[in-house]
Design a protein around this ligand. Sequence first.
Ligand code: GLP
Length: 251
Amino acid sequence: MRLGGMGMAPELMVLDSEAEVAMAVARRLAATVAQMPTAVLGLATGGTPMPIYKALIALAAEKRLSFRMVRSFNLDEYVGLSASHPASFAHFMRENLFDHIDIDLARARVPNGVAADLGAEAASYERAIAEAGGIGLQILGIGANGHIGFNEPGSAFNSRTRVVDLAEATRQANSSYFPAGESVPGQALTMGIGTILNAREIVLAATGAHKAPAIAATLAGPITIDCPASALRLHARVTIICDRAAAAQLP
Ligand code: GLP
């Protein structure tokens, strides 16, 4: 089904359950790597990708899929958290995916949130993506406020990797991933919306009723910086895969 007025209208898949969404996205990832063992993947963190990576690990084992030549770039990282911090996205990726496939960790990059010069880290991240030939398949989740990566409402559609301030609602939503008593950092390093839109193909996954307003705004609202994910309607190859709960507010 294709929705939305102006723009290119992403392809929308509505599936029955979170497990089906996870399997559909995992299959896309596996097919990309099977077709091109040197694929460049853009990866996401959060609750939504967890079952996706679980399904991908199973598929990789079943199909004897090798990630040895794959390169990956994660969307974002908290400023101030090193890769050993349990709530860092670098830690998340090892725990939920990298430690369970044969990817070369030297080829799997996550922005360095403790770089002495964060501006230089952001510039080097952009350079590394370009030198890898650009991202082939970018996986995205979506924040309840429509953010992608950590591009909060108000982010420019041509923004690149940079340091951003996190919305209070985002810090609250992510606090459950932090050890008790520890507060969520106020800033993050994130690929920009422009960086994301440079990917050749984008798959956004959304599950649960709390994502329904963001999915409706993304697909059926105006294309506006107030809903960062609405920028995806400016891209020719986007698939949005949601469960019924996340699709419930679509017209
Ligand atoms: C996080 C990440 C996003 C993610 C979003 C939703 O903070 N920076 O990349 O898509 O918020 O997360 P979840 O899947 O846990 O709802």
